[in-house]
Design a protein around this ligand. Structure first.
Ligand code: TXA
Ligand code: MG
Length: 320
């Protein structure tokens, strides 16, 4: 059931989470499928609802810095250095966990993922419930991430106790996952915060190679974020195949090139703005996936700033 994000409904959601239920809620990145991070049973329900393999650890969402102290060990000075600058925000950090966090949340790892989302509804829900809400993106495993309450309702509605509607997600791609347990801070998943911003704060920052054979973040598994339709990447608009354009959808960055004749065309940002492109990406892929076409061609997006996260998601959408 979708409800609007009134104080009363957020309170209702918080009670559901306290009792071990599941509530989908808006964040600035994508909608999360939330359950009490301190309750292994609630966490198991999340995996079940998503049909997510349990080897894929979850992000614990917190409302404030006291919440961080309660769940994680924060001796490493780099943690507060980066968190105080970028939280609340689209950054998830990997840090050593405290015992209060069940190992199901972290898939047995001694480290955990933690994030303070930049959305008043999310933080209020976390604060009013248990202060620690485990939440993956609110989509079935491997499918596109949701950026509206309707996306959630369509794919998971009957498996969740409540969907809180907070409108369209502002950022539109998931948070950047930064591993601070390594000597050199390492981006495991590109996302809403660019690596340039991280380097300004932390100095040297590595970016895990997507093709690495032993992904540390299962979000790195290529089959994530896939539409059901086959999606292929083309380098330039000129490479768009003209075979059966009436059965073909195009995902275009800025609408450049000749897009006449294609059955469905989604332009991410006609002014070539990466932020706008990121915020529209998943909704555009959802529409293409529902369109009466056989195949999607996505034009390559320059990997600058948020463009890197957009391209990463397009790349993953292309894998089957
Ligand atoms: O923007 C987001 O991050 C959204 C919203 C709801 O906050 N959440 C989200 O969660 O994208 P999810 O579960 O789809 O992605 C979590 C990522 C995965 O790639 C997971 O492998 C990684 O974080 N992760 C979690 N715990 C980890 C750990 N201890 N070490 C390494 N990676 C970890
Ligand atoms: Mg996800």
């Amino acid at each position: 059931m979708i409800v609007r994000n009134s104080e009363e409904n957020i309170r209702l959601g918080a009670d559901i989470i306290k009792r071990g239920g599941l509530v989908a809620f808006p964040t600035e990145t994508v909608y999360g499928l939330g359950g009490n991070s301190l309750d292994p049973l609630a966490v198991a329900k999340i995996f079940e609802a998503k049909e997510r393999p349990s080897f894929d650890p979850l992000i614990t969402h917190i409302a404030d810095f006291e919440g961080l102290e309660r769940v994680a060990l924060i001796e490493d000075r780099r943690i507060l250095k980066v968190a105080e600058k970028l939280w609340p925000g689209a950054l998830t950090i990997i840090v050593p966990k405290r015992d209060i966090i069940p190992s199901l949340v972290t898939s047995g790892l001694e480290t955990m993922a933690v994030r303070m989302p930049d959305h008043p509804t999310a933080r209020e829900l976390i604060r009013l419930s248990t202060g620690a809400v485990a939440a993956p993106s609110a989509n079935p495993f491997g499918y596109l991430s949701p950026t509206t309450a309707e996306h959630v309702e369509e794919s998971l509605g009957n498996r969740i106790d409540l969907v809180i509607d907070g409108g369209t997600c502002r950022v539109g791609v998931e948070s950047t996952v930064l591993d601070l347990t390594r000597d050199i801070p390492t981006v495991l998943r590109p996302g809403g915060i660019g690596v340039e911003t991280l380097r300004d704060i932390l100095g040297d920052v590595e970016v895990l190679d997507r093709t690495s054979l032993t992904p540390k973040a299962p979000g790195q598994l290529p089959m994530h974020y896939s539409p059901r339709k086959p999606l292929h990447i083309v380098d330039s608009p000129a490479d768009l195949p003209r075979i059966r354009p009436e059965r073909t959808g195009v995902l275009s960055f800025a609408g450049e090139g000749d897009l006449q004749g294609f059955a469905a065309v989604e332009v991410l940002s006609s002014r070539g703005d990466y932020l706008e492109a990121a915020s529209r990406l998943f909704a555009a892929l959802h529409r293409l996936d529902r369109a009466d076409i056989d195949v999607i061609y996505a034009q390559r997006v320059p990997a600058v700033g948020l463009g890197a996260a957009v391209m990463d998601r397009i790349y993953k959408a292309s894998e089957k």
